[in-house]
Design a protein around this ligand. Structure first.
Ligand code: NAD
Ligand code: UDX
Length: 462
């Protein structure tokens, strides 16, 4: 196998940045078309918030880690190129609302073919539909210079935001897919040798190209399915007097099941789950497997139901109207320990409350005010002026909760567990309602203070 001495990563996002920052010794250049993003990676304020990332980047930057907008130079110099660009859900055209938009991936692939003067290993790091590597190979081969050979590998990323650095230093597994030809297997070994610098060999799995691509969609679909299952059960709990945390605990004790990823919530968010399941739905439909498509689609539908069910519960509990009432939204990120808001359930809830003509006051420890406005206006598609009088963004929890008729926990930030709830209660009108969308609060302590606590998956029946 070729020894990888220089790596290029196309796409300096949530995946490209952290993934490459943990690679030791080997020279890595991460490139992006977005100058602002690259400037931020080269500054003291990195473009993304991720625990432990600052330290890792600062230790390697300028030594073996470089950030640049000179895409062509980095491609030319590299032996191995990670393609880690965004693959969002298509907004228009064939497959709109379901299929992955592969335009960024194809542009990057074309650029590689046009610029490369020597053979390269090209690694699909982005999450893509099954058989995308085939299209990449056709593009590369049709546009390459004589004597240039390209090997294509699939190496999907399994990191979760908020724990990315931990996940990258100690992954459950690294998955590499290649064609089962001599050339393909050799390229696969070259990449495996890169990971072997810090990942135990037995955790580096090598499989066929198509299995690798599909495994990524499968893993995300099955993880999301667990959440939708537990959220579906949470509705039954609310109606019966069962408690979802107790049910999840009992179910998770079965070693065949395991205890992780069974936390009921206001719904899952993030840039991956919904997008990747819809991608799988589209793939199934394209393969004339409508029953399979229907099965996976239900996971997303259950998630939508959970979000609207929770929003409706707020309205119903506040005596069927929230018009003109102040509602505090605690947490805007899609989960704790990230500043990422993509597909955050908070956005859906805020829109629901605004439609009901409530006033909302938002607090999040990591999300910027400008990002919240981008989310509320769907990146400029919805005019801001009409909603401005109904939206406030606060610097502290206390300010957001002051005079609120309902406090809604949307993100499980640790700091919400240790708030001075008595002080917050003293500044709220009565009855003071707290809606725990993440099951993080001490229900009894808050009830003792005087709050009416409404939690996912816990009903009033005794
Ligand atoms: P992102 O939007 O944060 O980053 C992608 C970057 O690629 C952007 O900065 C964009 O400017 C850049 N880019 C796009 N086209 C380019 C081109 N032609 N040349 C150079 N740069 C280009 O996206 P992300 O969250 O890092 O996700 C990247 C991929 O990884 C997606 O396919 C996603 O599904 C997958 N993934 C994401 C996560 C996650 O937690 N975010 C986890 C696993 C896998
Ligand atoms: C996910 C996958 O976990 C990761 O392997 C993949 O690479 C990218 O997609 P991410 O979206 O970053 O990672 O975070 P994750 O921890 O999976 O959480 C996704 C959403 O599910 C969040 O909104 C989270 O709050 C929610 N969730 C998670 C629950 O509601 N309950 C749980 O038990 C776990």
């Amino acid at each position: 196998p070729v020894e990888v001495k220089k790596i290029c990563c196309i796409g300096a996002g949530y995946v490209g940045g952290p993934t490459c920052a943990v690679i030791p010794h080997i020279q890595v250049t991460i490139v992006d078309l977005n100058q602002q993003r690259i400037d931020a990676w080269n500054s003291d304020t990195l473009p993304i918030y991720e625990p432990g990332l600052d330290e890792v980047v600062k230790a390697a930057r300028g030594k073996n880690l470089f950030f640049s907008t000179d895409v062509d130079k980095a491609i030319e110099e590299a032996d191995l190129i990670f393609v880690s660009v965004n693959t969002p859900t298509k907004k228009s055209g064939i497959g709109a609302g379901f299929a992955a938009d592969l335009k960024f991936l194809q542009l990057a692939t074309r650029r590689i073919a046009e610029v490369a003067k020597s053979s390269k290993i090209v690694v699909e790091k982005s999450t893509v539909p099954c058989r995308t590597a085939d299209a990449m190979r056709t593009i590369l081969e049709a546009n390459s210079k004589p004597g240039c050979h390209f090997d294509i590998l699939s190496n999907p990323e399994f990191l979760a935001e908020g724990t990315a650095i931990e996940d990258l230093f100690g992954p459950d597994r690294v998955l590499i897919g290649s064609l089962q030809t001599e050339q393909g297997l050799s390229a696969c070994q070259s990449l495996a040798n890169v990971y072997a610098n810090w990942v135990p060999r037995e955790r580096i799995l090598t499989v066929g190209l198509w299995s690798s691509e599909l495994s990524k969609l499968a893993a995300n679909a099955m993880l999301a399915q667990r959440i939708s299952s537990v959220n579906a059960l949470s509705a039954i709990c609310e109606a019966t007097g069962a408690n979802i945390d107790e049910v999840a605990y009992a179910v998770g004790k079965d070693t065949r099941m395991g205890s992780k990823f069974l936390k009921a919530s206001v719904g899952f968010g993030g840039s991956c789950f919904q997008k990747d399941i819809l991608n799988l739905v589209y793939l199934s439909e394209s393969l004339h497997l409508p029953e399979v498509a229907k099965y996976w689609r239900a996971v997303v539908e259950m998630n939508e139901y959970q979000k609207s069910r929770f929003a409706n519960k707020v309205v119903n509990t506040l005596f069927n109207t929230i018009t003109g009432k102040k509602i505090a939204i605690l947490g805007w990120a899609f989960k704790k320990d990230t500043g990422d808001t993509r597909e955050s359930p908070s956005i859906t809830l805020a829109n629901h409350f605004l439609t009901e003509k409530a006033r909302i006051d938002i607090y999040d420890p990591q999300v910027t005010e400008s990002q919240i406005w981008l989310d509320l206006t769907d990146y400029g598609d919805i005019p801001a002026e009409p909603i401005k009088p109904h939206v406030k963004i606060s610097e502290t929890v206390e300010e957001a909760c002051k005079n609120a008729e309902a406090i809604v926990i949307c993100t499980e930030w640790d700091e919400f567990k240790t708030l001075d709830w008595q002080k917050i209660y003293d500044n709220c009108p009565r009855p003071a309602f707290v809606f725990d969308g993440r099951l993080i609060l001490d229900r009894k302590a808050l009830t003792d203070i005087g709050f009416k606590v409404i939690s996912i998956g816990t009903g009033d029946r005794i």
